[in-house]
Ligand binder design. Structure first.
Ligand code: SF4
Length: 433
C-alpha cells in the first residue's frame, strides 16, 4: 500500500507512464471523458464501468472542440477568468469525490447534502454549477430558489447506485407489498411499511417517499431516519443502497435475517410471503460500485502492514467490511475523525480515492491511504473534467445556460415533503412530532 499526495489524475498518468508503481482498474482512465460522450452509453472508466446504464439516462452532447483541445493550463486560466467575470452570480460546488483539477475552482466542497444546502445559502447566485452527479444537482434544484439555475457540467455524470432503483420498479414493489400487507395501521397506529430513500436516488423516488408517508436519509442521519420510520411503520422499504440500509439497521439491533433483499425483476422480490411478513427492513438490491470494492482481506493486509492503523470505512461498504473496520461513517465523519486525530496517526480509509488522496495531502502529519490498492475512482463523478466546467462557465458569461437540471413541479412538491421530514427528524422524535 502506498500513500500519495498527488491528485488522482496525476497518479493515474504517472502509473500509465510507468513513473510510479501502482495499478489502475482500467487503462481507459487516461482517456478524456468526452471520448465516451458519443460512444456506447456508459458511465465511463472507473468503479461503475461494469454497471449497465439505464436507457433513459441523460446523454451529454459533443463538447465544443476548443474545450477538448485546450491544455490543462489553458482551461484553468479560462475557468478562473470566467469565474472572475461572473463573481457572486455563479457559485461552483464540488463534491468530495470530484477530481482536484475541478475541486480547486469550487467555492464549497462537501457531501451531496452539504452542497445542496450551500446552494440554498447563496441567494445572490443566479447559477449553481454542481460538480457532482445528477441526483445531487436535482437535490440542489429542489432546495434552491425557482429563479436559480442548477447546472451539471456533464449530463452523463449520473450515479450507478441511484440508477439501480427507478420509479417504475419501486412502484411495482410497493404494489406487491400493499397487496400482501394491506394498508391498515396496527393497534399502535403504525402502517405496514414506510418507504425510505437514500439521498443517492432520483427526485422521482424522493417524490414517491413524500407521497407515501416516507422520508429521505443521508449516510450521516440514516439511524435517526430509520428510528423515525419505525415510530410510524412496522417495516421499512429501504432503497437503493442495500449496504447502508443493512449496516444501519444491524447497528440498531435488527437481525440480518429480518432484512430480506428485494430483487426488482422477481415476484415478491425473490422472497416468500412469510419472509416478507416477518421482515423489519426490506432492502433494495442496489450498491455503490466504489464502496463494494472494500474488503475484509484489505483490512487484514492494512493491519498486518501498519500495526495500530485506524480503519474507517463508509457505510455503503459491505456489512462484513464494516464489521471488520474500527469505525464506519459518512464522508463528513471520516474528515472530522482525521482532523481530530493526534499527529502521527495512521488511517486506512474505505471511501472514494479522490477524497482519500486529498485528505492525505491536507494532513501530511498523518499517514493516510485508501484501503483499495487499485486506483479506481467513481466513474460517474469522473465524467466532470475541467473542459466541461470551462464550457458551462463561459456559456454563462455569454448569457447562455447549458445543461440545466430542472425537477418538474409535480415531482418536486412531494420530494420536498420527504426532504423536510428528514430535516425535522430528530433522535427520539415521537409519533405526534
Ligand atoms: S461513489 Fe457510488 S454512490 Fe457516490 S456517486 Fe459514485 S457511484 Fe454513486
Amino acid at each position: 500500500m502506498t500513500t500519495t499526495t498527488a491528485s488522482v489524475d496525476v497518479t493515474i498518468a504517472q502509473i500509465a507512464r510507468g513513473q510510479v508503481e501502482g495499478e489502475v482498474c482500467t487503462t481507459d482512465l487516461v482517456e478524456a471523458p468526452w471520448t465516451f460522450d458519443l460512444a456506447m452509453p456508459s458511465y465511463g472508466p472507473g468503479a461503475s464501468m461494469a454497471d449497465p446504464i439505464p436507457a433513459a439516462s441523460p446523454r451529454q452532447g459533443e463538447l465544443p472542440e476548443e474545450y477538448r483541445t485546450a491544455s490543462t493550463l489553458e482551461l484553468a486560466a479560462r475557468i478562473a477568468a470566467a469565474k472572475q467575470i461572473l463573481g457572486s452570480r455563479a457559485v461552483v460546488l464540488g463534491h468530495f469525490y470530484q477530481r482536484d483539477e475541478v475541486v480547486q475552482f469550487a467555492d464549497f466542497v462537501g457531501d451531496s447534502f452539504q452542497l445542496a444546502n450551500e446552494a440554498k445559502a447563496k441567494p445572490d447566485a443566479e447559477a449553481i454549477i454542481f460538480c457532482g452527479v445528477h441526483f445531487m444537482a436535482e437535490t440542489a434544484d429542489l432546495l434552491s430558489r425557482p429563479d436559480q439555475a442548477v447546472i451539471l457540467p456533464n449530463l452523463a455524470a449520473g450515479c450507478s447506485m441511484a440508477d439501480m432503483a427507478d420509479i417504475d420498479s419501486v412502484t411495482e414493489c410497493w404494489e406487491q407489498l400493499e397487496a400482501l400487507y394491506g394498508t391498515e395501521p396496527d393497534a399502535d397506529g403504525r402502517v405496514p411499511v414506510i418507504p425510505v430513500t437514500y439521498m443517492n436516488s432520483s427526485a422521482a423516488l424522493k417524490g414517491f417517499c413524500g407521497e407515501h408517508g416516507g422520508i429521505v436519509c443521508t449516510s450521516s442521519n440514516a439511524a435517526t431516519v430509520l428510528e423515525w420510520a419505525f415510530q410510524r411503520g412496522q417495516r421499512v422499504l429501504f432503497f437503493p443502497d442495500q449496504h447502508l440500509g443493512r449496516n444501519t439497521a444491524k447497528a440498531m439491533g435488527i437481525p440480518v435475517e429480518l432484512m430480506p433483499l428485494w430483487r426488482g425483476n422477481k415476484v415478491g422480490g425473490g422472497n416468500d410471503a412469510q419472509t416478507l411478513t416477518d421482515a423489519r427492513v426490506i432492502l433494495w438490491n442496489g450498491f455503490c460500485s466504489v464502496h463494494k470494492r472494500f474488503t475484509v482481506a484489505q483490512i487484514d493486509k492494512a493491519r498486518a502492514e501498519f500495526p495500530g492503523v485506524r480503519v474507517i470505512v463508509h457505510p455503503e461498504s459491505p456489512m462484513e467490511t464494516v464489521d471488520a473496520a474500527d469505525e464506519s461513517g459518512s464522508t463528513d465523519y471520516i474528515q472530522k475523525a482525521i482532523a481530530a486525530a493526534e499527529p502521527g496517526s495512521t488511517f486506512a480509509i474505505g471511501t472514494e480515492i479522490n477524497m482519500v488522496q486529498r485528505l492525505a495531502a491536507q494532513y501530511p502529519e498523518h499517514t493516510i491511504f485508501c484501503l483499495d490498492p487499485v486506483v479506481c475512482p467513481c466513474s460517474t463523478m469522473y465524467r466532470i473534467h475541467p473542459g466541461y466546467l470551462a464550457w458551462v462557465l463561459e456559456s454563462l458569461v455569454r448569457g447562455e445556460i447549458v445543461n440545466q437540471i430542472t425537477v418538474p413541479e409535480d415531482v418536486a412538491v412531494p420530494a420536498r415533503v420527504a426532504l423536510e421530514r428528514m430535516l425535522a427528524a430528530k433522535p427520539g422524535t415521537t409519533m405526534a412530532a
